[in-house]
Each structure stands twice: as structure tokens, then as C-alpha cells.
Ligand binder design. Structure first.
Ligand SMILES: Nc1nc2c(ncn2[C@@H]2O[C@H](COP(=O)(O)OP(=O)(O)OP(=O)(O)O)[C@@H](O)[C@H]2O)c(=O)[nH]1
Length: 228
């Protein structure tokens, strides 16, 4: 499996980095086929994978960041959305989690509605106790943002396939775009900065110190955020 190999092949360098930078475990969850694998691939490798298959169990990807002079590492756990591929693994996912990325597809309202169930699963594993119980939601940007606000989350919207290009949009003068998307790099930096602020010690066996959640989405290529 491609990403597992990525992880194991970097074990040597991981051990040397462990001594120098803090590592944060970030769980990526959401319905099957909402784009978790593609998004984590984009966040970590900067590209859209040439092929994406259903995740079995979990895949790992890593991304190092320099946040205001401090090196930190995000360890993204790309989990299986399909129940049959996650059953036996669920207990392991939720150990020592520092942040959760809730992913849904803006073209699939059902995947947005499912977020409450995913939040509930987190709760059952003692994550994010502060999350309110439920909200109604349509998959519009406004609703997504208000859902995120109600749940104490940070909300981003982007496309793993065609992430927005600030400069290209500015060149085209796309000031009237109805949709605003976030840069992939901004998402990962915001996540890193938020985690860094939490002053979580780097050891992998730290307990949960609070959750930082991102709502994310795919298939919104027509939306571009113009700002350069
Ligand atoms: N158009 C578009 N398609 C996307 C995007 N992200 C993912 N996809 C497509 O959506 C399908 C599912 O993507 P995955 O990343 O495998 O979905 P997943 O959530 O990891 O699925 P599971 O492993 O089953 O949980 C693939 O065919 C991708 O090519 C996106 O941003 N835009």
C-alpha cells in the first residue's frame, strides 16, 4: 500500500526528527468516497493521487511544518469510510488523537448530514466532549460555516483535485465568484499553528488535549478564492 510504504520508509528519519520536533496525530474521518485519501495526499504530497482506492483500515501520511520557527510534524491518519473496512481498527484510531479533520463532499448532502454521526463516534471515544449534539445542515458554504461555528470547529473548503490558485484567480479577475475556497497550504498551516498553540508535548502517547476540527470538502472546482 502506497502510503503505508511512505510511512515505513521514513521510519529512520522519523526517529531523528522525533527528538527535534513535536508530532501531532490528526485523524481524518468522514463517509466513504468523500475524498479523505485525495485530500490527505494533497495536504502531504501537494498533488492529487493518480488513482484512489477505498482505504482499508488506515493509511498514514506525514507533513512537516515550520510554524514561527518551530518544526512540527502532522501525522495524518486517513481512515476507511466504509464500515466493513474500519470495524476492527476503530479502537486504535482514537488513541492519543490531537485533532480531527471531518471531511465531507459538498456535492453529497448525505455526507454532510453524516457529520453528526462522526462527531458522535468521536464522543464515544472521549474526543471533543465540548461538541454540541446536533444541527441541521444543507451543504452550502454558509450552512457549513455555521455548522462549524456551532461545533466550535474551524471550517475550510477546498478541492483536492483542483485547489484554488490565488495568483491565477487574481489574474483572471474572478472577483465575482460565488464561492470562496481555501488554499491547501493555508489549511495545513492553520492546523499546525493551532496545534502548536496548544502546547502539547511531542510524545506520541500523550492524551487528548482538545480537538481541532476542520470541515472540508471536495468537488468545488468552480469555486476560487481571489486574493493575492
Ligand atoms: N472532482 C473531485 N473529485 C475528487 C476530489 N477528491 C476526491 N475525488 C474523487 O472522489 C473519489 C473518492 O476519493 P477518495 O479520496 O478515495 O475517498 P475516501 O473518502 O478516501 O474514500 P474511502 O477510502 O472509501 O473512505 C475518487 O474517485 C477521487 O478521484 C476532488 O477534490 N474533486
Amino acid at each position: 500500500m502506497e502510503s503505508s510504504l511512505e510511512f515505513s520508509s521514513s521510519v529512520g528519519s522519523v526517529s531523528s526528527l522525533m527528538s527535534r520536533c513535536r508530532t501531532f496525530k490528526v485523524l481524518v474521518i468522514g463517509d466513504s468516497a468523500v475524498g479523505k485519501t485525495c485530500l490527505t495526499h494533497r495536504l502531504c504530497a501537494g498533488e492529487f493521487p493518480s488513482r484512489a482506492e477505498a482505504t482499508i483500515g488506515v493509511d498514514f501520511r506525514e507533513r512537516q511544518l515550520d510554524i514561527h520557527g518551530e518544526k512540527i510534524k502532522l501525522q495524518l491518519w486517513d481512515t476507511a469510510g466504509q464500515e466493513r473496512f474500519r470495524k476492527s481498527m476503530v479502537q486504535h484510531y482514537y488513541r492519543n488523537v490531537h485533532a480531527v479533520l471531518f471531511v465531507y463532499d459538498v456535492t453529497c448532502p448525505a455526507s454532510f448530514s453524516s457529520l453528526t454521526a462522526w462527531i458522535e463516534e468521536c464522543r464515544q471515544h472521549s474526543l471533543g466532549q465540548e461538541i454540541p449534539s446536533r444541527t441541521d445542515g444543507q451543504v452550502s458554504q454558509e450552512q457549513a460555516r455555521s455548522f462549524a461555528k456551532a461545533h466550535g470547529m474551524v471550517c475550510f473548503e477546498t478541492s483536492a483535485k483542483n485547489p484554488p490558485d490565488k495568483c491565477a484567480s487574481a489574474r483572471r479577475g474572478d472577483a465575482e465568484l460565488l464561492h470562496r475556497q481555501d488554499m491547501v497550504e493555508d489549511i495545513v498551516v492553520a492546523l499546525g499553528a493551532k496545534l502548536k498553540k496548544q502546547k502539547i508535548p511531542g510524545a506520541a502517547n500523550d492524551s487528548m488535549y482538545g480537538s481541532f476540527k476542520i470541515l472540508n470538502k471536495k468537488r468545488t472546482e468552480k469555486a476560487v478564492w481571489t486574493c493575492c
